[in-house]
Design a protein around this ligand. Structure first.
Ligand SMILES: [Fe+2]
Length: 198
């Protein structure tokens, strides 16, 4: 019995913590469905910023891949600005970055998106949100709204939203160097998402 219990506990993954939707859920722009936010169809340029190959899996608490999960991803640009009417900051928009994608997980529960690293941004005097990427994940039986963070961001420790969960480190991506996408200096960001039941 104890051996069975141990095996169960090893696959008893904790659900990814929820985070607020935030005021910049995309309502204006069309979602990119091609898995690449670094270029806009019909434009010759590339989005400003550090290229990030964002990838991971959607799993149940038992470690089973969630196939066909729908993932919405939205984020600020490399200047910390959202393409959204509620974002009235003076930082610039990037004509080559729209910042909104819809993805579907494959047979192994995997997703991937080529994007850029967003910048931290100010939300009030003395209050800066660390760099983050918003996720809304629709599985077969549940929905998760969350935000992904970068472990080395100096604003993580004081961010009220990130620390609204008891497990904020579960929202950190793992950032790796090196890949074969041909973009100098690009990074890989690994972020697995756990839905309790899928
Ligand atoms: Fe945000």
């Amino acid at each position: 019995m104890s051996e069975v219990m141990t095996q169960l506990s090893q696959t008893n993954l904790l659900r990814t913590p929820d985070q607020v939707l935030g005021p910049f859920y995309p309502i204006v722009q069309k979602a990119d469905a091609g898995g690449d936010l670094t270029r806009v169809a019909g434009r010759p340029g590339r989005a400003h910023g550090l290229v990030l190959n964002l990838m991971g899996r959607v799993l149940t608490s038992a470690g089973i891949p969630v196939r066909g999960a729908r993932i919405e991803i939205w984020q600020a640009n490399a200047h910390g600005r959202y393409r959204h009417p509620n974002d009235t900051s003076s930082t610039p928009l990037d004509p080559n970055f729209e910042g909104f994608a819809i993805l579907t997980t494959d047979q192994e529960g995997r997703y991937s998106l080529k994007t850029i690293k967003p910048a931290a941004y100010s939300v009030a005097p003395g209050r800066i949100r660390p760099a983050h990427i918003h996720f809304e994940v629709l599985g077969h039986t549940e929905k998760l709204t969350t935000q992904m963070y970068f472990p080395d961001d100096p604003h993580n420790a004081t961010d009220l939203l990130r620390n609204s969960t008891t497990r904020p480190d579960a929202l950190n991506a793992r950032i790796l160097d090196g890949n074969s996408d041909g973009e100098a200096g690009s990074k890989i960001a690994l972020f697995d998402i756990v839905l309790a039941g899928g």
